[in-house]
Design a protein around this ligand. Structure first.
Ligand code: PSU
Ligand code: MN
Length: 301
């Protein structure tokens, strides 16, 4: 097996059998501006610790697949200019060439599973982009959920996407979509969408139990837990709709495609909301870190 490079904290947690929560790194390099990116990454790690688990931020550093980053590595990653965004397609090439790579949801799931970590917290997953009927732009995050047995806590799919098509694809792929504590799916920056949740659970223990039963049944793939942004931090969907439309039009005019689409849209929306989208994004990631730690703790008992 490929060597894994554990941070001191994660190595210790493994020997002690303590709960571990995986965290992705694309959100650090391609999802948020510096310096809020590393401030948030550190805050997310602290939140996981405060809630009884150990954080393992995952990235490729100089060709090494790192499970848990030391503070200096996190700081370097957050300021580096030429870090690749790596998903299932490019993670092996990045490792083989000794490069630096920030892992997407798909690649973080793969690495977490290699390291024996079952729970992972992020902001929002990738999905089916608006206009996918002509662009064919569907995130590699979606098929990953049908392959890799990790429970991912997110605030739903990002609202820049076609949410209806995204959840249709997840249903086709046989991915459990579990809404935490409410009947309607959330929409990333907004607590509510117009879509009823396929499954609803109100306790971390129930989500852990479902994860276990899937393993016992030999069902491939993971679970998506949709955790609504706290109401105090949300941006209502109606406020965001014209902003998302403007950002999409700008992306089109600028000819943005492939893996550049999501980072471009997030940064346009940051500008158009005068930073409010980032404040909401940070709040929802912290909220997801809390729930993921609780699920990991249940799985460790
Ligand atoms: N969630 C965020 N910000 C991000 C991402 C998620 O709040 O930047 C990243 C994740 O790493 C996700 C990726 O896997 O965006 C999806 O990119 P794409 O649409 O190109 O598959
Ligand atoms: Mn894409």
């Amino acid at each position: 097996m490929i060597p894994l490079h554990f941070s001191a904290e994660v190595a210790m947690a493994r020997t002690e059998g303590r709960p571990i929560v995986a965290l992705e790194s694309t959100i650090i390099t391609h999802g948020m501006p510096y310096p809020q990116n590393i401030e948030t990454a550190a805050k997310v790690e602290r939140t996981v610790r405060d809630n009884g688990a150990v954080p393992a931020t995952i990235a490729v550093i100089g060709g090494k697949l790192c499970i848990g980053l030391e503070a200096e590595q996190l700081a370097a990653l957050g300021q580096a200019q030429d870090v690749a965004k790596v998903s299932r397609a490019d993670i092996a090439a990045c490792i083989a060439s000794g490069g630096w790579g920030a892992t997407t949801v798909a690649a973080t799931m793969i690495a977490a599973h290699l390291a024996g970590i079952s729970v992972f917290a992020t902001g929002g997953i990738g999905g089916v982009h608006k206009g996918a009927e002509t662009s064919f732009d569907i995130s590699a995050d979606l098929p990953e959920f049908s392959k890799t047995p990790v429970t991912v806590v997110a605030a739903g799919a990002k609202a820049i996407l076609d949410l209806h098509k995204t959840y249709e694809v997840l249903e086709t792929l046989g991915v459990p979509v579990i809404c935490y504590g409410q009947d309607m799916l959330p929409a990333f920056w907004s607590a509510q969408s117009d879509m009823p949740a396929p499954l609803r659970m109100d306790k971390a223990a129930d989500i852990a139990a479902a994860h276990r039963v899937r393993a016992e049944m030999g069902l491939a793939g993971g679970q998506l837990v949709c955790n609504p942004i706290p109401l105090a931090d949300e941006i209502p969907a109606a406020t965001l709709a014209p902003i998302i439309a403007a950002a999409l039009a700008d992306a089109d005019a600028a000819g943005i495609s492939a893996k550049d689409v999501t980072p471009y849209l997030l940064s346009r929306i940051f500008t158009l909301t005068e930073g409010r989208s980032l404040t909401a994004n940070i709040a929802l990631v912290l909220n997801n870190a809390r729930l993921a730690a609780a699920i990991a703790a249940e799985l460790a008992t």
